[in-house]
Design a protein around this ligand. Structure first.
Ligand SMILES: NC(=O)c1ccc[n+]([C@@H]2O[C@H](COP(=O)([O-])OP(=O)(O)OC[C@H]3O[C@@H](n4cnc5c(N)ncnc54)[C@H](OP(=O)(O)O)[C@@H]3O)[C@@H](O)[C@H]2O)c1
Length: 180
């Protein structure tokens, strides 16, 4: 990846952990005037990440629960943030937000459909939705290159006892992006 480009970067799960580090490290490498869109639930965590980013980039944050995001709010926020896509040379989305799920449960314990749906909404559904909104905000163009990054795990390709939800979610994301 050529770093020194005017970039539009979306990072999900940017309020702490790997997502925060990605946002901060990327912000130090891209060209001045780049824009970062950071998503997570914790407003204070997002603000802290913003304060750690390079001052040469613009940072916009949205507090959103990706277990049950309001689609229109997410869409309006992204399309407003990317109102002039052709001013960028590169558009990047980093699908980082994720959760382990309840590791106490084994295959005989998954009897709560609401819990199952919430898990896959966060770890699969909202990732697919965000990816779609990103591709709609940055349709194919000669002005910029697009890059989709998926933060995955060995669990996406190898089964681990007790990690059935996590493994399934990561494997699903892998396949979705392979199809793309
Ligand atoms: N840590 C590891 O060793 C490891 C290894 C392999 C893969 N990974 C993957 O790396 C990614 C990040 O892991 P991490 O260790 O940095 O995790 P983390 O510290 O728990 O951070 C997870 C991020 O996702 C966000 N998030 C969680 N639930 C959310 C929700 N319902 N709505 C919106 N945002 C939500 C959190 O923000 P809020 O809580 O503010 O919402 C946070 O910013 C995950 O996809 C994980 O599977 C991690």
């Amino acid at each position: 990846m050529e770093w020194n480009k005017k970039s539009f970067v979306v990072v999900s799960g940017a309020s702490k952990g790997i997502g925060r580090t990605i946002a901060v490290e990327f912000s130090n490498k891209v060209a001045p005037g780049s824009k970062f869109v950071l998503l997570a639930r914790s407003k204070s965590g997002l603000e802290e990440t913003k304060s750690l980013c390079c001052p040469n980039v613009l940072v916009e944050t949205l507090s959103v629960n990706l277990e049950s995001p309001d689609e229109q709010t997410l869409k309006d926020f992204l399309s407003a943030a990317a109102a002039n896509p052709e001013v960028y040379e590169r558009a990047v989305v980093v699908h980082n937000a994720g959760s382990l799920g309840n590791l106490q449960r084994t295959a005989k314990d998954f009897d709560d459909l609401d819990e199952i749906n919430k898990y896959f909404n966060l770890n699969v559904g909202s990732m697919i939705l965000l990816n779609t909104l990103f591709l709609q905000a940055f349709p194919e163009s000669d002005a910029y290159k697009r890059l989709v990054v998926n933060i995955t795990s060995l669990c996406g390709i190898k089964p681990f006892q007790g990690f059935s939800m996590y493994c399934t979610g990561k494997a699903t994301r892998e396949m979705f992006l392979k199809v793309i």
